[in-house]
Design a protein around this ligand. Structure first.
Ligand code: NAP
Length: 458
């Protein structure tokens, strides 16, 4: 099909996170006559920016202004609270759209696969982050902070986010958009020590300088680093000179500065441990200890050590999950693709594309998605003349289908009502916003029913 003003290209984007919004932005810049319809399983847009970025990183959330500009384009339509693969199948989606671009991210936690991982007090990164960031799926999670020692496994930025939240004071968190239920619980936390573990040496950490530096600037927490861990092997010294490792070189400088820090009057401590592979989480009814094998020169040494702890957070990366009707590579947790074209075996699936973490795996920063979106849209533009065109270019028919299935599709105007409500609730508490943590609450603000009832639905 060749798009025209009278018959614009109908593009569906599945997922309203950074990859989805950058994909829409790049599409609008393409010069092709088109409409973008964005689908999101939750009522609220912005995915990882709303539900993943730490609440004390408000500046990173400023990217929402860029996304809102994209959403203000008259060719943009938003359908929140619609799950593709449940409310509308992939097959049905293809009936209504000439091209579908899947940008639904990687939300499942990678598993350690060790004994004791399911014990009470063992938490996945997504559980804790989702809980303090108001993700409806995690609204009812329960956490115990009545102990003094927490272990965080993994040395990426997610691990640092979790450690920082655990080590922050109530005052530091109160001015953020952390959910009130989390703020109240964390304010009562008895955790005094947070221990981050990595299985490799300091030359292989995955966190970045801005994030590790913040650990030295907390009000009531002091970082503790063993200088012996910062002695580098000759191979590592060479590797760290590579441009791709520049961030690690900077990380190590920052960690060196930590060795000179004194605790002062700060009550909490944040420890970094290297060359420790987790082998077991030990406990009777809940986690009591974690056991690690010590690695020497990058190899297991057969020597072990244990730490007593009351909680164990697994932060070892995320993987994507399949949607029925889409090819999927379970070993990598991605949708197989070549430059954004979804592949069935070796063959591109006509009109089906992918972008972001579900295409490449969970890596990079928010801005990385813009480059990835450019690549995917370049592929789509190359394929334009080959697209067969959809069977039913009729949005009303699709909306009727939603109605018949009892699906309330949230528009962007609806979302702006929810947004305004949250900001108003937040201002009462001296915060940027207080998030609605239940889908029903958001819908009752979107459809105005809370005004008649005088209360939010649950
Ligand atoms: P990540 O950067 O991939 O880090 C994962 C960590 O887990 C690594 O230290 C890795 O060590 C370790 N690990 C993996 N499998 C393991 C296993 N089986 N046993 C022990 N350790 C294991 O993942 P992430 O922290 O989840 O972050 C995901 C992405 O989001 C990253 O690109 C990150 O930079 C980004 N992010 C950015 C920010 C920010 O900019 N402020 C905040 C949060 C997240 P090995 O290297 O040994 O595998």
């Amino acid at each position: 099909m060749l798009p025209s003003i009278s018959r614009p290209l109908r593009v569906a984007i599945i997922g309203a996170g950074p990859a989805g919004f950058y994909t829409a932005e790049v599409l609008f810049q393409s010069g092709v006559s088109l409409e973008v319809h964005m689908f999101e399983k939750l009522p609220a847009p912005f995915g990882l920016v709303r539900y993943g970025v730490a609440p004390d990183h408000q500046k990173i959330k400023n990217v929402i202004k860029v996304f809102e500009k994209t959403a203000s384009d008259k060719r943009f339509f938003y359908f929140g609270n619609v799950t593709i693969g449940r409310d509308l199948s992939v097959q049905e989606l293809k009936k209504f759209y000439d091209a579908a671009i899947f940008c639904y991210g990687a939300e499942a936690d990678r598993q350690l696969g060790i004994k004791g991982e399911g014990l009470k007090g063992c938490y996945k990164a997504s559980q804790f982050i989702g809980w303090y960031n108001g993700h409806p799926q995690f609204a009812d999670e329960e956490f115990d902070f009545s102990h003094e020692t927490a272990v965080v496994m993994g040395q990426g930025n997610v691990a640092i986010d979790i450690a920082r939240i655990l080590c922050s004071t109530k005052e530091e968190l109160a001015k953020t958009d952390i959910c009130q239920h989390a703020l109240d619980m964390l304010a009562e936390s008895k955790v005094k020590e947070v221990h981050i573990y990595g299985r490799r040496s300091v030359a292989h950490v995955a966190f970045t300088p801005v994030e590790i530096r913040e650990m030295g600037n907390l009000q009531d927490c002091c970082p503790v680093v063993d200088p012996a861990d910062l002695v580098l092997a000759p191979d590592s010294i060479k590797d760290l000179e590579e441009l791709a490792n520049a961030f690690r070189k900077k990380d190590i400088e920052i960690l060196r500065s930590f060795t000179a820090m004194s605790q002062g009057g700060r009550k909490r401590k944040f420890f970094l441990h290297f060359n420790r592979s987790p082998v077991e989480i030990i406990g009777v009814s809940r986690v009591q200890k974690a056991r690690f094998e010590i690695n020497e020169q990058g190899k297991p040494s057969g020597k072990y050590e244990e730490i007593e702890c009351g909680s164990f957070f697994t932060c070892i990366g995320y993987v994507g999950e399949p949607i029925e009707g889409l090819p999927f590579l379970p070993q990598k947790g991605i949708v197989p693709n070549l430059k954004g074209r979804i592949l069935e075996g070796e063959v591109p699936v006509k009109g089906s594309y992918v972008c972001g973490w579900i295409a490449q795996g969970a890596s990079g920063v928010i801005g990385t998605n813009k480059l990835r979106a450019q690549e995917t849209i370049h592929s789509l533009m190359e394929d334009l003349a080959l697209l067969p065109g959809c069977e039913t270019p009729d949005t009303k028919e699709m909306l009727d289908l939603f109605k018949s299935r009892g699906v309330f599709a949230v528009t962007f105007i609806d979302w702006k009502k929810i947004d305004a409500y949250e900001v108003m609730m937040g201002s009462n508490l001296g915060k940027p916003r207080e998030k609605l943590i239940r889908v029903g609450q958001m819908i009752s603000v979107a459809d105005g029913s809370y005004k008649q009832k005088g209360t939010l639905s649950s």
